[in-house]
Write a protein that binds this ligand. Structure first.
Ligand SMILES: [Zn+2]
Ligand SMILES: [Zn+2]
Length: 314
């Protein structure tokens, strides 16, 4: 009889090897829209969540009915996969500007299907529509590069939505089986972006397994639990949450790098979705900022004035 003590990663691999990558469902955005609509009921930020519902519905409409787009460069995708690089790398695809066709398509659908938008929203949409290619590229590069202060706050959720849509569309041509584990698992294996949150699965055979959800393309990749997703520390992490929160969210806080990442526990909130649960639980972020914990996870539908600039004073 052996009494070998298993490390956190070994406990999971002893049970089974979970798939490394799970691609998002094709109705991802309509699922998010439904979640936002449900979360908005009785929520202090109901107006914001209802706007996000509309934003996601327009994302789904364009994903289902995409504009004509140039083909992805298959040779480049193959070369990326061969070298274990993200096949939809942000740097490359952002620079090529095809995503702006998706932005125009999204703006068209969103404005046509929502006639009663507040003036501030209309002004932001008009600014995005009228900006030239170079200006839009500068804003998008700043947003995806985490330089939130360089993007006009009012534009963020709309620009972010169009970028998510573009990458989710490109993901249609990626085979999950072709994505292999890389040494650095703190960034999305498909596009290289940071996670928005973690998800603790609740259904067999991967119950209890943690995936990180990409803030941009919505790919989920396996990442062992009890390990900081920023500095890789396995020192005892804190799990901070409000006792009465209905969102199934706990913040995994690291004692070494003083950052945190929210985790959605599907066992607690079986209908939950990580990006929507994140935006419905911003009260937790405010509380963590007061404890000098820094949020590193981007949420592309969040205007940075919300909480993105906090926690800089460690
Ligand atoms: Zn990604
Ligand atoms: Zn850490």
């Amino acid at each position: 009889m052996s009494s070998k003590i298993l490390e956190p990663g070994e406990i999971e691999s002893a049970a089974m090897t979970p798939p490394f990558v799970q691609l998002p469902p094709i109705d991802l955005f309509s699922k998010r829209a439904e979640r936002f609509a449900a979360l908005a009921e009785g929520h202090p930020m109901a107006a914001y969540l209802n706007l996000l519902d509309k934003i996601c519905r327009a994302q789904q409409a364009v994903l289902d009915n995409p504009p004509e787009l140039p083909e992805l460069d298959n040779a480049r995708i193959s070369a990326s996969l061969t070298h274990d690089m993200p096949p939809l790398a942000v740097d490359t695809l952002l620079h090529e500007n095809d995503w702006q066709i998706q932005l125009d398509a999204w703006l068209e659908v969103f404005e046509t299907s929502n006639k009663d938008l507040p003036d501030a929203v209309r002004a932001a949409l008009q600014r995005l529509r009228q900006a030239d290619t170079a200006q839009r590229h500068t804003w998008a590069a700043a947003l995806l590069g985490g330089r939130f202060s360089e993007v006009p706050e009012a534009l963020v959720p709309f620009l972010g939505a169009a970028l998510q849509l573009a990458w989710r569309h490109w993901l249609k041509s990626i085979d999950a089986e072709s994505i292999r584990e890389r040494e650095d698992q703190t960034e999305c294996p498909c596009c290289g972006s940071l996670p928005v949150a973690g998800v603790i699965r609740h259904r067999r055979p991967i119950d209890g397994v943690r995936y990180l959800l990409c803030s941009l393309c919505a790919t989920e990749w396996h990442y062992v639990r009890l390990k900081c997703s920023h500095c890789l520390s396995t020192r005892e992490l804190d799990y901070l949450h409000f006792d009465d929160s209905p969102h199934g969210i706990k913040a995994e806080a690291c004692p070494d790098c003083h950052t945190y990442l929210k985790q959605l526990y599907l066992e607690i909130a079986p209908n939950g979705e990580a990006l929507t649960a994140d935006l419905a639980s911003l009260d937790l972020d405010l509380c963590l900022a007061e404890q000098n914990l820094q949020r590193r996870a981007p949420n592309l539908l969040l205007a940075p004035g919300g909480e993105g600039e906090q926690g800089e004073h460690n």
